[in-house]
Design a protein around this ligand. Structure first.
Ligand code: NAD
Length: 368
């Protein structure tokens, strides 16, 4: 029996609405499993700016550092469009990612059979799809220096971004992907552009060594990132775990995600380095604060509930409970319940709170 500290950061817009449904799932687990969660809730984003003048306080960052896992809703909205760049709502999220050194971004692309018809690809291509994209999150093109726009003598401007990776940055993200592959179907692909980029040559060399020396039990492959983009559309089910850098991961994870339907369905996890057997972790839906539907009880809570489900698997070693959450989501979709964003003909439209209640009821049935 274990006692875990869980920090909830609902944030702005639909964040608090979808987080209420996560709280319901946590309460359910507290009553059902041997483990228990101490839940604390703090402000982040626009709500923190209003209360404290900053998008995340030092106290909240300290709590995040100590927590066993963090679940975040979403930040931002038009209300804070005019605030200074340094204290904009997104800066709170970026500070958490940076201070906790969350270098591994896990983005599953799962196509629930009930939603296969809603994909822009043929149902047989996406039905049952279950891919995990592992994106390096703290290095590469988005952070490399120099990063600047300079004036040229002829009156033009020159923009520069720099792609930089070191051996250890590549090693640690490849290991995260391989460890995940061991828990899944034992297959991993590494995507880079070794044909045109020096970082691609290094990425390939390092990934290949890690595959051979440390993970020879896995089926491992290398693929050029542009070919990977094509193969994802042609036959995505050939992939299981796919590891890539920050820039390619940004594109490929969005491409894979969109095969599965709505933004309201997509969870994610960001993990840091392992220390004393545990690693810092932040779980959040891929979507934003959806100001257009905030406060209307219409938001789809599945992405946030599934994000909490990922925390059960990756931070709390509660894979049985995580399976129950995932299966409950699949079952309510099979039963025809839909929030407005995934509504289809002949299905029953439900609100945020009705969807949360249906998932909890299904969890009770599954664990009876
Ligand atoms: P968004 O993801 O908030 O919304 C895009 C569209 O998808 C909207 O029509 C919205 O109603 C819909 N949508 C999103 N999530 C949904 C859900 N759970 N259920 C039903 N429909 C959903 O993106 P946006 O409109 O570009 O951004 C709005 C605000 O969110 C901006 O301030 C942006 O900066 C911020 N944002 C925050 C994050 C984050 O917190 N990680 C991510 C993206 C955007």
């Amino acid at each position: 029996m274990a006692n875990y500290d869980l920090l909830l950061l609902p944030g702005d817009g639909i964040g608090p609405e979808v987080m209420t449904e996560v709280e319901g799932v946590v309460d359910w687990l507290n009553g059902q499993t041997q483990n228990s969660f101490n839940v604390e809730t703090e402000l982040v984003g626009g709500s923190a700016i209003e209360a404290h003048g900053v998008p995340v306080t030092n106290e909240t960052v300290e709590k995040a550092d100590k927590a066993d896992a963090i679940v975040l809703g979403a930040v931002g909205g038009p209300k804070w469009d005019g605030v200074d760049f340094e204290i904009r709502p997104e800066a709170g999220l970026l500070r958490l990612r940076k201070d906790l050194d969350l270098f591994a971004n896990l983005r599953p692309a799962i196509c629930y059979p009930a939603l296969a018809e809603a994909s822009s690809l043929k149902p047989e291509v996406v039905e049952g799809l279950d891919i995990m994209i592992v994106r390096e999150l703290t290095g590469g093109t988005y952070f490399g220096e120099p990063k600047e726009i300079t004036d040229l003598p002829d009156g033009q401007k020159r923009g520069v971004d720099t792609t930089v990776y070191t051996t250890s940055e590549i090693e640690r993200i490849v290991r995260v992907a391989c460890d995940l592959a061991r828990k899944r179907s034992k297959k991993v692909h590494s995507a880079e552009k070794r044909n045109v980029m020096s970082t691609g040559v290094l990425w390939h060399e390092v990934a290949d060594r890690i595959f051979r020396e440390e993970y020879s039990d896995l089926e491992s492959h290398h693929i050029l990132a542009d070919n990977c983009a094509m193969q994802l559309i042609r036959w995505p089910k050939q992939f299981d775990v796919l590891v890539t850098d920050n820039l390619f991961g940004d594109m490929l994870s969005d491409e894979a995600a969109m095969m599965t339907g709505s933004l309201g369905m997509l969870p994610s996890a960001s993990l840091g380095a392992e220390q004393a057997g545990k690693c810092k972790s932040l779980y959040e839906p891929v979507h934003g604060s959806a100001p257009d539907i905030a406060g209307t009880n219409q938001a789809n809570p599945i992405a946030t509930i599934a994000s909490f489900g990922m925390s059960l698997r990756y931070s709390f070693d509660m894979s049985e409970a995580a399976d129950i959450v995932d299966k409950a989501i699949a079952n309510v979709l099979d039963a025809g319940l839909r929030t407005a964003d995934i509504m289809q003909d002949g299905m029953k439209q439900v609100s945020t709170s009705e969807m949360g209640a249906a998932i909890k009821a299904e969890m009770s049935k599954l664990s009876a």
